[in-house]
Design a protein around this ligand. Structure first.
Ligand code: P6P
Length: 340
């Protein structure tokens, strides 16, 4: 097929390039057209803006700490705060949302007075892996979308504290060698690559699935000093017994580890330890959206005992142990953790 000059390096699918806007219009299930689809556009726009800022981080004075700590007591990076501000300002006045939850705000975010409340709740981590910002390692935005519990009384904490099983869409934007948006609205997982010269996210892959044979396992082995005997045995099984042997990769940026494992097969785990009895990863806006994507891609996400999507959060910032990736590897983790 003759490629138009200079266009042949764009991510083509079936010989054509499809923008996320066209994809959402043409492929979204009927029930998802309307506000849900528009919110996904809004997140794509947020991704473009955040990508531009992270690309220039070295040049603009946005590197380094902002001199504040977030509700987690973690030093907030300037890019964290910028990304959070971008997402809130893109979404708080559109009339599509009734509430937001973000890692960077202590309380859930209300829709400002004077603006209509919509039917959706956006939960997100504006910049996961932010401790890597100053070292040019891939970082990412993670998001999930819920419908409000009661349309006649919307915009309440109850709308935010829903199990992941209630998610109607989830996704992430990874700011790496290229900027990619990966999402699902319940109809498979689809990935888009930002073409900077066009400012468009172009369809890269439709219907992503974890490869049958996993290639990587991702743990922070330095935490191994305080793992439970069961987690220790599981980690050793992954290293010594699983066939065909996997490689060990741990970037310290969950979105990047998750994305690599989705593409090549594998498992990411952040178990509980005595120092972190509930693990480190936040349930509502990190683990649950990724678990939703994992299940849509034929994988699974567990807290070691049960599906992450079945856990009802009791606090918007609660943490959870995480085992997420190829279904058989995660099921095996549950098997090891059940042993006394
Ligand atoms: P550790 C980033 O802060 C994060 O939440 C995840 O993106 C990442 O996988 C994890 O923490 C890294 O934590 O304790 O291994 O440095």
């Amino acid at each position: 097929m003759v490629q138009p000059n200079g266009m042949s390096n764009l991510p083509m699918v079936n010989g054509q390039f499809i923008t996320i806007e066209r994809f959402l219009l043409d492929r979204q299930p009927e029930y998802a057209k309307g506000d849900l689809t528009t919110i996904l556009y809004d997140m794509a726009l947020a991704g473009k803006i955040i990508s531009a800022q992270t690309r220039r981080a070295g040049l603009l004075d946005v590197l380094g700490l902002a001199g504040q700590v977030n509700v987690q007591g973690e030093s907030q990076q300037k890019l964290d705060l910028m990304a959070d501000d971008v997402i809130i300002r893109l979404n708080d006045h559109t009339g599509r949302l009734a509430a937001m939850v973000t890692e960077e705000q202590k309380d859930w975010v209300r829709i400002p007075e004077g603006y209509r409340k919509g039917s959706y709740v956006l939960v997100y981590d504006p910049l996961d892996g932010s401790s890597n910002i100053d070292t040019n390692i891939s970082i990412g935005t993670i998001f999930g979308l819920y419908r409000v519990v009661d349309r006649t009384n919307r915009g309440r904490l109850e709308d935010c504290l829903q199990a992941g099983r209630k998610l109607v869409a989830a996704g992430y934007i990874i700011y790496g060698t290229s900027t990619m948006l990966v999402y699902s609205a319940g109809n498979g997982v689809h990935s888009f690559t930002l073409e900077p010269s066009l400012g468009e996210f172009l369809l890269s892959q439709e219907g992503m699935l974890f490869p049958e044979i996993p290639s990587y396992y991702s743990f922070n082995h330095s935490a191994g000093r305080s793992w439970s005997p069961q987690v220790e045995k599981y980690a050793n099984w992954l290293r010594d017994s699983y066939q065909p042997p996997m490689s060990y990769r741990y970037i310290g940026s969950m979105v990047a580890d998750f994305h690599r494992n989705l593409v090549h097969g594998g498992i990411f785990a952040y178990p509980a330890t005595p120092e972190k009895p509930n693990g480190k990863i936040r349930l509502l806006y990190e683990a649950a959206p990724l678990a939703y994507l994992a299940e849509q891609a034929g994988g699974y996400g567990s807290n070691g005992r049960r599906a992450l999507l079945d856990v009802v959060p009791t606090d918007i910032h609660e943490r959870t142990p995480v085992f997420i990736g190829n279904r058989d590897l995660v099921a095996k983790a549950e098997e090891f953790l059940r042993q006394s």
